[in-house]
Ligand binder design. Structure first.
Ligand SMILES: C[S@@+](CC[C@H](N)C(=O)[O-])C[C@H]1O[C@@H](n2cnc3c(N)ncnc32)[C@H](O)[C@@H]1O
Length: 346
């Protein structure tokens, strides 16, 4: 998924920097003996890569669509029957479209006569999305699929429909003309099934609360860098994931997102939230991804982390997230930092 702040393109840099820190600290334990926590998990790409290395994973995100995708990628191991999964995908992909919530509120035909006409998806793809979403829920309620299959199928739908969205990239606005990729008929594609440790756990909570209840060895933190809230930028994926018929408002059909607003996107609040997070973290190794344009300055981060042990930083140039380019004339790349702390007395 093309996601703001995704670490997909710099995963090698992160893995190498984390491994170097562990080596330099004389860490002797094998990955299978350690817990790796990714508590701003987003697309789950970092959790997934450390799961593949054999770590036991704790993942978390405040957004429900992220929880669904990550729950499948991290918690589902050998407990899914591949053949059955393929059959379920084919069955859902063959469904006739239904005029459901997504069609009625986010497609051009479906919003005819309404105050706001929207064009987030073609009529066909919106109906197909509704049909699949409704069928997944019904199958789960009727006991035809178990929880593992439910998250596999729902995660696959979220990941698939996102590729056909008529947006510049995020759901803060839709395009006035249907773009080529959005015109194609949606195909339900299965998410991969990853094998790894059985003891993995995924949460859907505010990190500031969760951090008081979890502990482990390596904590990877990848908070939002700026004021762009994920809850408003990905509101449609949230609604498809929850399918809770929310009251929606305005030109873009936003759901109420007050409960999911992140303090890490607020200039006046982020520093304290981050300081509390580091203070409360019961982990020996703590890593923070942040760039040179983030709300917190480099010096602030260094000061907060240094208080608790040995601190160092790795850096790499990072190509800017695509959606930025069209809007503002900013530098093409940013400097991506990985701040590392090895806590004393752990
Ligand atoms: C930079 S993105 C993470 C990207 C992820 N590492 C990846 O590669 O896909 C930040 C994530 O933090 C989540 N988030 C923001 N505030 C949060 C909070 N208070 N608690 C938990 N998650 C939060 C957002 O929903 C978003 O998915």
């Amino acid at each position: 998924m093309n996601y703001i702040g995704s670490k997909y393109s710099i995963i090698g840099f992160l893995e190498k920097s984390i491994e170097t820190t562990l080596e330099k600290s004389g860490e002797k334990r094998k990955p299978s003996e350690m817990i790796f926590a990714d508590l701003f998990a987003g697309t789950g790409v970092v959790s997934g890569s450390f799961k593949e290395k054999g770590y036991s994973i704790i993942a978390n995100d405040i957004q429900y669509y992220s929880y669904v995708i990550t729950k499948h990628m991290i918690e589902n191991n050998g407990n899914l029957d591949r053949e059955r999964c393929e059959k379920l995908i084919a069955e859902l992909d063959a469904l006739e479209g239904v005029e459901g919530f997504i069609y009625k509120n986010y497609s051009f035909e479906g919003t005819e006569g309404q105050e706001h006409r929207r064009m987030y998806f073609t009529d066909y793809n919106a109906k197909k999305c509704d049909a699949i979403r409704i069928a997944i829920e019904e199958k789960h309620i009727q006991g035809e699929i178990n929880d593992n299959e439910y998250f596999f199928l729902l995660g696959s739908l979220i990941n698939s429909i996102d590729k056909y969205a008529n947006t510049a990239s995020v759901y803060g606005a839709f395009l006035k003309q249907i773009k080529r990729s959005a015109l194609k008929e949606m195909k339900l594609a299965p998410l991969p099934i990853m094998h790894g440790q059985v003891e993995c756990k995924v949460y859907n909570e505010d990190i500031s609360e969760l951090i008081k209840r979890v502990s482990g060895d390596i904590l990877y933190l990848d908070p939002p860098y700026n004021t762009r809230q994920y809850c408003s930028n990905y509101h449609l994926l949230e609604t498809i994931a929850r399918y809770d018929n929310p009251v929606i408002k305005g030109k873009t059909g936003l759901r109420d997102y007050r409960e999911q607003k992140s303090v890490f996107c607020e200039r006046g609040k982020v520093e304290k939230a981050f300081a509390d997070l580091i203070k409360n973290a019961d982990f020996k190794y703590i890593f923070l991804s942040y760039n040179n344009e983030g709300l917190m300055s480099f010096d602030t981060i260094e000061r907060i982390m240094k208080k608790y042990g040995k601190y160092r930083v790795y850096m790499q140039q990072h190509h800017r997230f695509k959606a930025d380019n069209a809007r503002e004339a900013k530098a093409d790349s940013t400097i991506e930092y990985l701040h590392c702390l090895v806590k004393d007395n752990k």
